[in-house]
Each structure stands twice: as C-alpha cells, then as structure tokens.
Design a protein around this ligand. Sequence first.
Ligand code: PMP
Length: 285
Amino acid sequence: MSQKIYLDGKLVEKEQAQVSVYDHGLLYGDGVFEGIRVYSGRVFRQQDHIDRLYESARAIRLNIPLTPEQMIQAIQETVAANQLMDGYVRLVITRGAGSLGLDIRRTSHPMVIIIADTISLYPEEMYEKGMEIVTASTIRNHPGALSPRIKSLNYLNNILAKIEGTDAGCAEALMLNHLGQVAECTGDNIFIVKNGVLKTPPTDAGILEGVTRNVVLELAMAAGIEVKEIPLIRHDIYVADECFLTGTAAEVIPVTKLDGRPIGTGLPGPVTRQLRTRFQEYVRE
Ligand code: PMP
C-alpha cells in the first residue's frame, strides 16, 4: 500500500510530499515537532503531545495554522489513510517557505506535516539485559539559549551527544546540564531507583518533559512507589540500585552500565521490570 503524508492540509503520496528549499525549517531549524505512538490503532496520550506541541510553538512564537481540535482530526485522518495499527506519528510544523534571512516576517505560511509510519525499536536483548550508556561531553542546551523544554527542529545538541554515544558503542548517551547535573539522554528521559525511591530530574533541570516520563511517574505513584523529581548528579547514578530510560520509542528500558560502571547488580532491577510491565499493560488498555 502506498504511504500517504499529510502536507499543508492535504493527504498526498509520499513521493509528492515535498517542501520548498526556502522553508525556514530546513534553512534554520525553525520549527517544532512531536513523535507519538499508535497502539492498536489508537494515538497514545494524544492530548499530552498536542499540548506540548502547541507550547513549543508558542515558545518560539510560531502560530500553528490549525486549532488543536483540527490537528487531532488531521492526525486521525492520516493514521486512518495509512491503516496504521501499531506505529509512530511524526508531527512537524515549520515556519514555512520565505526569503533568505532569519526574520520570521520573511515567511507567511507555516507548513504542517504529519507522517504515519512504522517504528524502529531498540533490540529486545537490550530490554532483557539492559542498555549501556556513556556520559557525553556535549552538555544539554543552556536553558537561557534554547530551552530544552521546547521540542524544536534544532536537535544538533542531541545529535552531537548521540555521536559520542555511537562512537563509544552505546545506543544512548547521558547529557548533563550547564550546572553539571544529570539532565537526560539524547532522546530519552532518565530515572534511578535508590532504596526503593524512584528519582528523576525535575523539569527545570534542562530536560524535555517527556510524555512517557509523566506516564511512568503516574504509574509508579499508583503502584505506591515513592517518587521524587529531584536534581541528580552522575554520582547518584553510579551508586543507584537501578536505572532506566523512558521515551516514546523506548517505552521503559533498563540501563545497566554508565561509563563502563555496572549499576546495582548489573542486571535490570525489580522496580524497572515492574514499571515496564505496568507500562505495557497501560498502553494496551
Ligand atoms: N528527551 C528528549 C530530548 C527527547 O527528544 C525525547 C523524545 N521525544 C524524550 C526526552 C522523551 O520524551 P517522550 O516520552 O515524550 O517521547
């Protein structure tokens, strides 16, 4: 079956889904995006992703030409047109085409793109044995320069850290913030478990407020686990009992090594496994 892309108000064939080389999304990374899972034909936590998208857009003073309700409608149409049952939806809003130059007044027509596609996941073995990560020397964007809360088309910061992870043979890399505290990984949020308490950096620690992160916090609280959003340093991870990452693609994935040091027993821990199971049950509900 051919793939249909939502582009500027219309569903078009993938081959016809093209944007201008003058689009400021391409020229300057001027735009915002979202990545959303579809489970059993349903868009997971749709409202949370829509809220974050519109907040990101507002933060960069980009007016999305659709209301949130129209955006939800467009997502549903794109998912249906591609008969997507389990997969991934990518929303991209660019500043649109204009003349060269940073001035946003050089553009007039923001571009809305919705891609419904399959998703590539981490290998199953990583969920069973745990993932190894390294600390990147590239720090997370300074919030005073570009807030990490904004899911913008400027991902170079994370890409540079990701390259460091790849060079070290790791699928993810830990990023610290400008204060030297733990922020997050390049495309996933980070959690630790210490003495039964679940800890994750707060939203002002230079992180993207992950939708999966928030779901996991809710699930943990519902399970009676003590939860703390608290600044962490690398030492906290080195001496943690357990560590895991959360993200739209990753869901809940155990981390068993940081910078070559085994975390806890060096195997995925019981709280991580419990939360992973609860998360899987939740998405299938
Ligand atoms: N941090 C960053 C930098 C990300 O790009 C992502 C993926 N969107 C996440 C965390 C995880 O967020 P979510 O659970 O909403 O996918």
